[in-house]
Design a protein around this ligand. Structure first.
Ligand code: NAD
Ligand code: AKB
Length: 306
């Protein structure tokens, strides 16, 4: 796994280790992990030579390529974001062909959608003109995945993750980060200052669902997959006001205020809800968590920390 120390990688690596055995999963990242739970090595996805040697030496057969710079951080350094997100992926795809890697996973994002995309029930195909360098890198990445599959037969699979919410890890550098931070704020101070406006509706998904979707897609019968760009993936959709109201059912004196910053503009360029019928048809995708179930679970799991 590349980029394994982030919000999703830490949880996905543990799930894969539980499923396939600890010694079957090797994690890697630019920075060392907070808690090392298995084999780890420091690896920059831009260092193609080291990546190539590592694949040979460790006998790597599948790659989960999570390394990226996310939407909000990306706007602070567009050049580096393009390099890491694009060249990093191309290194993985090239080596995937050269080393005959069996299967590759590439997470895309709702950041591929833009102001020209239908906002409700966003279709699988449409007008995608993303407004962030992160979004541009993800839609271009999807196109490269499709190309490498068609041209070289590379078995690459991809999901357009909504904003991911989980209790196990903290997000960094994204526009949807508020939906994790709010639970910590509620438990710690009974207060959260939200960087998005009250009525900003975005597609989101609970960590349990995102991990299950990723593993289900990676284990799906390749003959059923009609897409090698990213599959639309839906979990739930809500606004900051709605998540705050749900938290108040558990913590009645919780209060939220709104201090929108530059991330408001990014969020407004994205869509509100997703049509994921292709994923449901091709590999039987079905989300399990809605806002109420997620909120109960988040507060229960995070409670003991506070
Ligand atoms: P994250 O920012 O928490 O983690 C990304 C990891 O990549 C970090 O640990 C970072 O150190 C590492 N990294 C950055 N540059 C690197 C490089 N050059 N070489 C090696 N590692 C490098 O991100 P995340 O939330 O865990 O997301 C994982 C993937 O899922 C990303 O590709 C992201 O675009 C995608 N995604 C995430 C979300 C979400 O809500 N978390 C939503 C949509 C898509
Ligand atoms: C971000 O906000 O940048 C990510 C994403 C939706 O891709 N969480």
């Amino acid at each position: 796994m590349l980029g394994s120390n982030g919000q999703i990688g830490t949880v996905l690596a543990e799930a894969l280790r539980n499923k396939y055995g600890s010694d079957q999963v090797i994690t890697s990242d630019l920075r060392p992990p907070k808690h090392q739970t298995g084999r780890f090595l420091e690896l920059d996805v831009l260092d193609k030579e080291k990546l190539s040697r590592t694949i040979d030496e460790l006998g790597v057969s599948q790659i989960y390529h999570l390394a990226a710079i996310l939407s909000a951080s990306g706007e602070k350094n567009p050049e580096l974001t393009w390099k890491v997100n694009m060249q990093g992926l191309l290194n993985v795809l090239d080596l995937g062909v050269e080393k005959k890697i069996e299967r590759i996973f590439f997470p895309s994002s709702i950041a591929i959608y833009g102001p020209t995309t239908p906002k409700q029930n966003t279709p699988q195909f449409g007008s995608f003109m993303p407004s962030t360098v992160y979004g541009i890198s993800k839609i271009t990445g999807e196109m490269w995945c499709e190309y490498y599959h068609k041209r070289y037969g590379l078995d690459v699979r991809s999901l357009r993750y909504p904003g991911v919410i989980g209790w196990q890890s903290l997000p960094e550098g994204g526009t949807t980060d508020y939906a994790v931070e709010i639970y910590h704020g509620a438990l710690k101070n009974k207060h959260y200052a939200c960087f998005l406006k009250a009525d900003t509706r975005l597609p989101m998904i609970y960590m349990d669902d995102v991990i299950r979707a990723t593993i289900e897609l990676m284990e799906a019968d390749g003959n059923r997959l009609s897409l090698r760009s990213g599959y639309n993936l839906s979990g739930m959709s809500f606004t900051p006001a709605e998540i705050a109201a749900e938290i108040k059912k558990h913590i009645p004196d919780f209060h939220i205020d709104y201090q929108p910053d530059f991330r408001q503009q990014i969020a407004e360029s994205w869509t509100e809800s997703i049509d994921d019928s292709a994923a449901r048809k091709d590999w039987d995708w079905k989300p399990e968590f809605n806002l109420a179930a997620m909120t109960s679970d988040m507060l229960e799991k995070l409670g003991p920390q506070y």
